[in-house]
Ligand binder design. Structure first.
Ligand code: SAM
Length: 334
């Protein structure tokens, strides 16, 4: 439904949201929206806080029950094993369920569908399983549809969640990378999947070309479709092995390496494909204690290629397991 809203730059959104709550003007029952730069806070009246006031369409939420866990009928002693969150990819929710409450998987799925209007299918996540990093998924409630359309920062991504990798938890990381891209850059996205990094860069920056490589034919099929859907004409999809394909391209200003278990095996080829002073956005899953030794390994690889590694930034993007984290590194190679 349509509502008045205050349009706030992302960095200022949380304090403004709290102020609106304390003044009782933030509308309940409407889902707060955002795009790359702004958050749209639906309000019940015009309030001059120095930000633009506009009218936009908002999704309605069910205010009565937000937490799906209260709807699951199971013995009290098992309640603590219920999942606390799940990933949403378009109309599909993907949830990890511990063994203790696995017999209640269907009830959990039904409860998610009942509390989140946009969800039509709930799948059990049985782990990332193959070289293409696809999740093993099993439908536990709702329709059997595996294809969905996910929206992120105003962009549209069609995918089959059982055939390609996509993580909505990397949305903020994609923006951090895209914001670094300067006009006229040549970018190589070595493990592009269905294109979320490449398409965001092409749509929000002015690169010369973004080469988007993936070895999964299904991922490249959806990548091509998503390029069309978003009119991301500067993205050039390439089906093939990143190691071989990157060697065929001219040298790049920037390379994205989102293959967090194995990217280090492709680093020599990436460095060779990078202009002097170019930047690699490198992703790795590891324990915190390994950070220094992994960085030293990368320094050694750079030296072997006759280059010097200058780390620019390092981020913990998310937890991966109780002991492992997903890290991002912005690395310049001189
Ligand atoms: C972790 S996913 C990242 C996808 C995408 N960058 C994203 O953020 O959604 C890694 C991708 O690398 C692809 N891949 C794995 N090995 C590859 C290789 N040797 N060459 C090219 N792509 C590869 C997989 O098919 C998968 O789509």
């Amino acid at each position: 439904m349509k509502s008045l809203c205050i349009v706030v730059p992302k960095k200022k959104a949380e304090p403004v949201r709290r102020r609106l709550v304390s003044k009782g003007v933030l509308r309940k029952g409407l889902q707060i929206r955002s795009d790359v730069k702004h958050v749209y806070l639906p309000v019940s009246q015009r309030l001059d806080l120095g930000f633009p006031i506009e009218t936009h369409e908002f999704e309605e939420t069910d205010d009565h029950i937000k937490d799906f866990r209260v709807l699951v009928d199971l013995p009290d002693e098992l309640r603590r094993y219920l999942p606390s969150s799940y990933d949403v990819l378009g109309s599909i929710a993907i949830v990890k369920i511990s063994d203790e409450v696995l017999p209640f998987a269907n009830e959990i799925g039904q409860a998610i569908i009942a509390t989140q209007k946009s969800i039509q299918t709930v799948c059990l996540d049985v782990g990332v399983v193959d070289e293409f990093r696809t999740r093993g998924v099993k439908v536990v409630a709702g329709t059997k549809a595996m294809e969905t359309v996910h929206r992120e920062y105003g962009l549209t991504f069609r995918m089959d969640v059982s055939k390609v990798f996509f993580s909505p938890r990397l949305a903020a990381e994609r923006v951090i990378v895209a914001e670094q891209v300067e006009d006229g850059e040549t970018v190589i996205d070595m493990f592009a999947g269905i294109g979320p990094f490449s398409i965001l860069i092409a749509k929000t920056r002015k690169p010369e070309t973004v080469y988007a490589i993936d070895s999964n034919p299904d991922a490249v099929k959806y990548l091509e479709e998503n390029i069309q859907l978003n009119k991301a004409v500067r993205v050039e999809p390439i089906l093939g092995d990143a190691r071989e394909e990157v060697a065929k391209l001219g040298r790049a200003d920037r390379i994205i390496m989102n293959l967090p278990h194995n990217a280090h095996k492709f680093l020599p080829e990436a460095i060779r494909a990078l202009k002097p002073g170019g930047v690699v956005h490198f992703y790795m899953i590891m324990e915190e204690a390994e950070l220094e030794s992994r960085m030293n390994d990368m320094r050694a690889v750079a030296m072997k290629e006759g280059r010097v590694l200058k780390p620019l930034a390092q981020r913990k993007v998310k937890s991966y397991s109780p002991s492992l984290n997903f890290y991002a590194f912005d690395l310049e190679f001189l």
